[in-house]
Design a protein. Structure first.
Ligand SMILES: Nc1nc2c(c(=O)[nH]1)N[C@H]1C(S)=C(S)[C@@H](COP(=O)(O)OP(=O)(O)OC[C@H]3O[C@@H](n4cnc5c(=O)[nH]c(N)nc54)[C@H](O)[C@@H]3O)O[C@H]1N2
Ligand SMILES: Nc1nc2c(c(=O)[nH]1)N[C@H]1C(S)=C(S)[C@@H](COP(=O)(O)OP(=O)(O)OC[C@H]3O[C@@H](n4cnc5c(=O)[nH]c(N)nc54)[C@H](O)[C@@H]3O)O[C@H]1N2
Ligand SMILES: [Mo]
Length: 771
């Protein structure tokens, strides 16, 4: 029976669809998965909910007045339902107009976002291939996840992705590790997902095995829940954003008590001599000792000293959470984490060293061989303009302005058209009220999505697409051992169609359909992607079955590597043969390239730089907001579904605060509260617990933005409060985790939150609708 249920794959797991009368009535967890995620079930009632977009839509005054008409009305006016023929013509004409009058760099299609799993129907890839055929576009560089590290770590280790993807896994930690010190914890809530798809969830089992083998855990985080209770971890509830100071305090103790490994520093690193004067205070008369670190972090100095001694005595793994990069000066924590691990001399040893974010996603800590999955070729974009991904508002506000980025001086283009497919900037970006003002600048905004997100509502043209349940696809993710033949379980509702079909129609209208499709049908593309992967030299020992066998079996699992992966083991074994791709071939504790950029906000060695907003600099806003990843959804995806809604209280987001902070404000559990600062405000429902450090407030991301006339979000989207400022001139990454706010009990009549109601839609009586 099970075998006949269509398989589907998502970023949060593999499921089988129960189909009755052509409709999906439920999902069944993948029989291989011993720890399946509930997140995926949220799609069932969302598929045909009122929030589903079932036909092409055009904003009313754009349709009557053309591009640029009443752009301030985006999000405030009705849409008109049009036919595919009409919308195809409108989009093709507008794209050609912008390209021919302003140049293709005036089209912004960074289109950042997680879209859906599946190799072929990856919306941003489809969009970029399409726009490359049309003449090009301005793109974005790096991710919201860890942009600061993507820019910084190649200077230090020669590559970031290579080492993140070869993380020392739980197998090695269980075998040889003794202590895991986790900055930002090891949040298993985040291990539910992985970009491109998850076959089997491994985090809880992996960590438990390490714990059972005797490994001890330390959770350095403002939230106790960043570590599972079963780990019996020691919880060091430090002030947010002070991890670099704590690491410096640890490093200082190691150095002054001769607990560090000078041989490792000599053989595998460069520039310790340039860092040391800073560490011991010769350069600025401030020794970065444990007392100094205690003053900044709020942890007792003795605790820091004791931890340093413990780390030196044991095989220690330092895990540095990705979240630490999404804060002011987010370049520093990974750099300092690497430096601290180097001082311990355990990098490249089994169970020791440093990791970038255990359980930030399912694969970080996993035991797998990388899958060299082919992707839809995007061609050579004729426009060579880009922005660091999180600088979008800045770009829209300041066409022509010059800015610094990783040693370069770049200039913002003048954007006339924005096209988004597979992302939700009104979820992911900081300071949403500011974004919303800048969003009125372009003449035209086009959005492909399957549901009425805050971004889709603020488009001029909305192109309704399908979901993963409504198309065949292939799950083949770099860091997951499973390959899945995804099968269409139901038809898209109404006139919705998949992104590929949408672009294909417009390409046909513009005369480049054959370029866009390469003359292949969707089925031929899937087969091409799979066969190409199988033929890659790196796939030769993965034993991937042939296409037909995969289709018949539904899924395939590649065997784990014989030996546990240990990050940088080859480099440790032979640093000359396996020299790093840095100028020195070594770990750059001091980095001349970075020093020569001359950035005050990112000097040549790891440095504690005070964030602009943190608990050590409280003037007006006394509480530090942690807007971390949500446990019941991926970002904003499926917020409208039953699983995510089940985590809300009276239809609003919960907000966690410490009993001291709650009492000082007369707030009790279950109270409706208002979170605010000078950037914006939102409502939430208070939860009170001493599992959060005093002075810190936590509200997860993902609630669909539902602003009232003043911009206050009635639903609980924390990005109305966060600051939109780059990490530094080097990385220009997002800094959501550096944010101060105030909170108060909401008095008055609670305004209803209606984030999932569709906008007003007008049918045209005269419309000759065609399917
Ligand atoms: N305050 C704060 N903000 C943050 C963060 C934080 O920690 N704090 N984290 C940041 C991080 S790390 C990230 S990665 C971003 C995530 O930000 P995003 O990746 O933009 O968020 P998603 O909600 O995953 O957006 C994906 C969109 O794609 C749509 N979609 C799904 N499938 C398809 C499809 O097949 N076709 C099309 N066309 N669309 C589809 C979904 O409906 C959804 O609207 O958020 C960032 N924002
Ligand atoms: N369920 C679920 N899983 C997800 C996602 C999701 O949306 N939902 N998103 C995925 C994506 S795109 C990404 S990039 C990863 C992100 O993975 P992470 O970066 O790990 O995500 P966060 O949940 O923002 O942060 C983890 C914890 O870090 C702590 N933290 C924040 N700032 C600080 C700090 O300054 N110091 C210390 N010591 N701790 C701090 C917070 O308490 C938070 O709970 O998660 C992925 N996994
Ligand atoms: Mo992310």
């Amino acid at each position: 029976m099970t075998r006949n249920m269509p398989l589907t794959a998502t970023h949060w797991g593999v499921y089988r669809a129960k189909v009755q009368n052509g409709r999906v009535t439920g999902l069944q967890d993948f029989e291989q998965d011993t720890d399946p995620s509930q997140i995926g079930h949220g799609i069932v009632d969302a598929l045909n909910a009122p929030s589903r977009i079932t036909a092409p839509m055009v904003r009313e005054s754009w349709l009557s007045g053309g591009p640029g008409t009443r752009t301030d009305r985006r999000g405030h006016e009705a849409f008109v339902q049009v036919s595919w023929d009409e919308v195809t013509r409108l989009v093709a004409d507008e794209l050609a107009r912008v390209r021919d009058t302003h140049g293709s760099q005036a089209i912004y299609a960074g289109s950042y976002g997680w879209a859906s799993a599946g190799r072929f129907h990856h919306a941003p890839s489809q969009l970029k291939r399409f726009l490359t055929c049309a003449g090009g576009f301005t793109r974005s560089l790096y991710t919201y996840s860890f942009a600061a590290a993507e820019a910084m770590i190649p200077h230090v280790l020669g590559s970031y992705r290579e080492f993140m993807n070869t993380t020392t896994g739980w197998r090695s930690v269980a075998q040889d590790g003794e202590l895991v010190v986790a900055f930002g914890g090891i949040p298993v809530k985040n291990g539910q997902i992985d970009s491109g798809g998850v076959g089997v969830h491994i985090q809880t089992d992996g960590m438990s095995a390490a714990r059972e083998a005797g490994v001890r855990f330390v959770n350095i985080s403002p939230l106790a829940s960043d570590m599972p209770g079963t780990m019996d971890a020691e919880w060091l509830a430090a002030r947010p954003n002070t991890d670099v100071a704590i690491m410096l305090g640890l490093a200082h103790t190691l150095y002054c008590e001769s607990l560090h490994d000078p041989d490792f520093m000599d053989r595998y690193c460069t520039g310790f001599d340039r860092f040391l004067p800073y560490l011991i205070g010769e350069t600025d008369r401030v020794p970065k000792d444990a007392d100094w670190a205690a003053g900044i972090s709020g942890l007792p100095a003795e605790q820091i000293r004791a931890l340093a001694r413990r780390m030196a005595k044991h095989r220690t793994m330092i895990s540095v959470s990705w979240s630490l990069t999404r804060a002011d000066h987010g370049e520093q924590p990974f750099w300092m984490g690497i430096t601290l691990a180097a001082m311990l001399g355990q990098i490249g040893l089994p169970g020791g060293g440093v990791t970038f974010g255990y359980s930030a996603s399912n694969s970080i800590g996993g035991d797998y061989r990388q899958m060299p999955g082919a992707s839809v070729p995007q061609g050579q974009n004729p426009v060579n303009r880009y922005i660091p991904v999180a600088r979008i508002t800045d770009m829209l506000e300041n066409p022509g302005k010059r800015f610094d980025f990783n040693g370069q001086r770049l200039r913002y283009p003048d954007i006339r058209l924005i096209w988004w497919a597979g992302g939700n900037p009104y979820h992911h970006h900081q300071d949403l009220n500011r974004l919303n003002r800048a969003w009125a600048k372009p003449d035209t905004v086009i959005v492909n999505d399957w549901c009425w997100t805050a971004t889709a509502r603020r488009a001029d043209i909305v192109l309704p697409c399908s979901t993963h349940l409504e198309r065949d696809d292939l799950m083949m993710s770099l860091r997951d051992p499973y390959v899945v033949a995804m099968k269409q379980a139901t038809l898209p509702p109404g006139e919705a169609m998949n992104d590929h079909q949408i672009f294909r129609r417009i390409a046909a209208r513009m005369g480049f359909e054959a370029d866009f499709t390469s003359g292949m049908s969707e089925a031929e593309w899937l087969r091409w992607l799979y066969d190409k992967t199988r033929q890659t030299p790196a796939a030769q020992d993965l034993d991937l079955p042939d296409w037909q066998t995969l289709q018949d079996q539904g899924w395939f699992r590649t065997a784990p590597p014989k030996d546990a992966t240990v990050m940088m083991q080859p480099f440790r074994d032979d640093p000359d043969t396996h020299a790093l791709a840095t100028p020195s071939g070594r770990i750059e504790v001091f980095c001349k390239t970075v020093a020569d950029f001359g950035y005050a906000d990112c000097p040549g060695h790891p440095t504690w730089i005070e964030p602009r907003e943190w608990l050590g600099n409280v003037t007006t806003w006394p509480l530090h907001l942690m807007s971390n990843q949500p446990s019941k959804k991926l970002h904003s995806q499926l917020d409208q579904g039953a699983i995510s809604r089940g985590g809300k209280i009276d239809g609003r987001e919960p907000v966690l605060l410490n009993p001291t902070d709650a009492a000082a404000r007369g707030i009790g559990a279950g109270d409706l509260v208002r979170l605010f600062n000078d950037r914006g405000a939102c409502l939430g429902v208070a939860q009170v617990s001493d599992t959060i450090r005093p002075g810190v407030v936590q509200m997860s991301t993902g609630a669909w933005w539902d602003p009232d006339e003043t911009g206050m979000c009635r639903h609980g989207n924390p990005n109305v409060l966060t600051r939109d400022q780059g990490t530094s001139k080097l990385g220009q990454g997002p800094t959501a985790h550096s944010c101060l706010i105030e909170i108060e009990k909401f008095t008055g009549t609670p305004p209803p939150a209606r984030p999932f109601e569709p906008p007003e839609i007008r049918q045209r009586v005269s419309d000759q609708s065609s399917a």
